[in-house]
Design a protein around this ligand. Structure first.
Ligand SMILES: [Cu+2]
Length: 177
């Protein structure tokens, strides 16, 4: 009894597998000849060499969903100027970037989740405004935004791009000395 059930189950599975296999074969697989084999340069400058301490910061985002720096160093108590540039070509609706500096202790995942639904406020969730120290506007390819802010407390602060899906790739730390 038990055996016949398992055999029929197996048969069903085989038939199902065969039919779905045939179904797949019928569909002409979309071959993508232009599939890019990008050889991404390894980002060594940010991981090996600590950046100079400077309150005149530049940061870039690109069409590959990357910041050019994952570590920035500034002096506490003095005005920080950040020039944020999008060096890509894509529209901000498709590859928008921003710089959102968050207070220590902020749950980055939770913040990024809330940000995803905050399209009307350029993905800066109003409910989390107390976690945000400073942020740029959302920019697309070729655009830039400059902001000024001051941090008085030394420490390590996280920054992210809050555009939906970018946080896992686009994050870094601002070290205040
Ligand atoms: Cu981004």
């Amino acid at each position: 009894m038990k055996r016949s059930i398992s055999i029929s189950t197996l048969l069903f599975a085989v038939v199902f597998a065969l039919s779905s296999c045939g179904g797949n074969a019928d569909k002409s697989q979309a071959v993508d000849p232009a599939k890019e084999t990008t050889t991404e340069p390894v980002q060594e400058e940010s991981s090996n060499v600590s950046p100079e301490t400077s309150n005149a910061l530049t940061l870039e985002g690109n069409d590959q969903m990357q910041y050019d720096k994952t570590e920035l160093r500034v002096k506490a108590g003095e005005t920080i100027t950040l020039v944020f540039k999008h060096t890509g070509k894509m529209e901000k609706t498709a590859m928008g970037h921003n710089f959102v500096l968050l207070k220590p202790g902020t749950d980055l995942n939770a913040f990024a989740q809330k940000a995803m639904t905050a399209k009307d406020s350029d993905y800066i969730p109003k409910s989390e405004s107390t976690s945000v120290i400073a942020h740029t506007k959302l920019i697309g390819g070729g655009e830039s935004d400059t902001i000024e802010f001051t941090i008085t407390e030394k420490g390590t602060y996280d920054y992210i791009c809050s555009f939906p899906g970018h946080f896992s790739m686009m994050k870094g730390q601002l070290i205040v000395e």
